[in-house]
Write a protein that binds this ligand. Structure first.
Ligand SMILES: Nc1ncnc2c1ncn2[C@@H]1O[C@H](COP(=O)(O)OP(=O)(O)OP(=O)(O)O)[C@@H](O)[C@H]1O
Length: 544
């Protein structure tokens, strides 16, 4: 099957083949004719399977073969949940439409509104926007949506959930009654699907794979590890396994800042991206990460949806999301367009409910792998020893609005009201890290500086490293001092624990074997029993 055979004109097919696409993906093969027929559509297909072109190409086709009712009028409106996704979608519109006489622009918050006003004045056929900034334009009467022929909700289930639904309803009220509605996502919960059905007019429904399934191209694993050990385990894995491009998801903005700072201090260049960062910092962090100049991007769910990072090899859930669909989207940043990838979830026992919700959604049990055995540095700062919040059901925590016009959290439907209150106070708690000596830890004091700026790098972190470059061999001045051998939960390995240690090392070694020795999961060389004995004795002396 070819793109031309789906009813697309030569200029569109030419642009698509210049992009390197020869065969439509299954969602494109089904969605393109359905959109061209003019009806409403609810389309679901796994992450990274080409949904963007699935709606963009037929929109371009429809608009290029009919004329606007009024010159310069907005004819298609694409809404996305995040600024970065809006920018990405509009880039695709421009690329696929480069041989057509259609104009597109993107508008989102966090940047000056004036250039957007000027661009809207000049006339535009396809507008890609985040809802918050779009409503700002509505309020200032700088946008006219009365001629919109096609509305597209990308990441539709997110757009219709409690974070966005009020804004979406305001936008819908401004659109002509007669229009084509297109809803695309990799996930649709039953309640969102029912809501979507109510908004659509006799929609066709396309489901390429079973709803809410994760892509087969991602190898998913779970490591059961205590919250306070997670950052050490993560740093160890990144160094030992020489992971380069790693996207790490945390539950809160503060947690993202803190982890990015800790990793950077430990010699792993990292930046955080979340809703409290300036747009400049967000754009820069994502660009550096996409281009391969940045080793680790620590993100909240702001980066979970839609972002297309070419051949991203690793996604890590530092904490599990409390909305199981978000798991599907997070891990879907890897394993895209036919490439394979790995997703590792670090799960504290307090998160076991989230894990079972996720496994229920994706209808499979995720394989558990052993925690690596290694020397964990002793740290006075136990600010991340706090376990994650106990599961409280659905509803996003600690994120507030997806792309708000203000820092105020969105209002939520009744059922979720209590959860959001809980989430805010939990975020506030997390904003006050504790330290044994009662002083604010460095991370907290630096937070202001780190926010919106490049996270401070350690003296010899220098430029981002390529895989294999100086990760193990170079001694670093900021490397943690040799420490007593500890278990993954931070407790000292005692003399009597040696058999236990050996037993816990065994599954790790097995896991490494299973993984074709990618692992590096074992401890130091030499005689492990003697080493454990000596270290244990040392530590006990110190304690005494
Ligand atoms: N027909 C095609 N042939 C080859 N590559 C394609 C084709 N269509 C899309 N792609 C590529 O596949 C990747 C994923 O596409 P896209 O971002 O549209 O996925 P998606 O289904 O919207 O994912 P998500 O659910 O995460 O938003 C992109 O890099 C895109 O360029």
């Amino acid at each position: 099957m070819s793109f031309a055979s789906l009813g697309l004109s030569e200029p569109i097919v030419r642009a698509v083949s210049e992009r390197g696409y020869t065969i439509p993906t299954p969602i494109q093969a089904q969605a393109i004719p359905a959109v061209l027929s003019g009806g409403d559509l609810l389309a679901g297909a796994q992450t990274g399977t080409g949904k963007t072109a699935g709606f963009t190409l037929p929109i371009l086709q429809r608009l290029s073969t009919t004329s606007a009712s009024r010159p310069g009028a907005i004819r298609a409106l694409v809404l996305t949940p995040t600024r970065e996704l809006a920018a990405q979608v509009e880039e695709s519109v421009r690329e696929y439409g480069k041989y057509l006489d259609l104009k597109s622009i993107v508008i989102f918050g966090g940047v000056s509104i004036n250039p957007q006003i000027s661009a809207l004045r000049r006339g535009v056929d396809i507008l890609v926007a985040t809802p918050g900034r779009l409503l700002d334009h509505v309020q200032q009467k700088t946008v006219d949506l009365s001629q919109v022929e096609i509305l597209i909700l990308d990441e539709a289930d997110r757009m219709l959930d409690m974070g966005f639904i009020r804004d979406i309803k305001k936008v819908l009220a401004l659109l002509p009654k007669k229009r084509q509605n297109l809803l695309f996502s990799a996930t649709f919960s039953d309640e969102i699907k029912t809501l979507a059905d109510g908004l659509l007019n006799k929609p066709s429904m396309i489901e390429v794979a079973r709803r809410n399934t994760t892509t087969e191209l991602v190898e998913q694993k779970v490591m059961l590890v205590e919250q306070k050990a997670k950052r050490h385990v993560l740093a160890h894995l990144i160094k030992e396994q020489q992971w380069f491009q790693v996207l790490v998801f945390t539950r809160t903005k503060h947690g993202a800042n803190r982890l990015a700072e800790q990793l950077t201090k430990g010699g792993i260049p990292s930046l955080a991206i979340h809703g409290n960062k300036s747009q400049n910092a967000r754009t820069r962090a994502l660009a550096e990460f996409k281009s391969g100049d940045l080793q680790v991007l620590v993100a909240t769910d702001i980066a979970a949806r839609g972002l297309d990072i070419s051949e991203l090899p690793h996604v890590v859930n530092f904490e599990l999301p409390n909305v199981p669909e978000d798991y599907v989207h997070r891990i879907g940043r890897t394993g895209r367009a036919g490439s394979s990838g790995e997703a590792l979830s670090l799960v504290d026992r307090e998160e076991s409910k989230y894990l079972s919700d996720i496994e229920k959604l994706i209808k499979r049990q995720l394989p558990r792998i052993a925690v690596p055995v290694f020397d964990m540095p002793v740290v006075a700062d136990d600010s991340d020893a706090r376990p994650p919040r106990a599961p409280q059901g659905r509803g996003r925590q600690g994120q507030g609005r997806g792309e708000g016009r203000s820092a105020q959290p969105r209002s939520a439907p009744r059922a979720a009201e209590g959860q959001r209150g809980a989430s805010r106070s939990a975020e506030a708690r997390a904003a006050q890290p504790r330290r044994a000596d009662g002083n604010a830890p460095q991370a907290a004091r630096r937070e202001g500086a780190a926010d919106g700026n490049r996270a401070p790098r350690s003296a010899n972190a220098g430029a981002a490293r390529k895989p294999g470059e100086g990760q193990r061999s170079k001694p670093r001045s900021d490397a943690p001092a040799p420490a007593p051998r500890r278990n993954a939960d931070g407790t000292l390995v005692r003399q009597n624990d040696s058999r236990r240690t050996d037993r816990s090392a065994a599954p790790a070694a097995d896991a490494r074997k299973r993984e074709g020795d990618k692992g590096g999961l074992s401890g130091n060389g030499g005689n492990p029993l003697r080493e454990v004995f000596a270290r244990g004795l040392n530590a006990l002396r110190k304690l005494a």
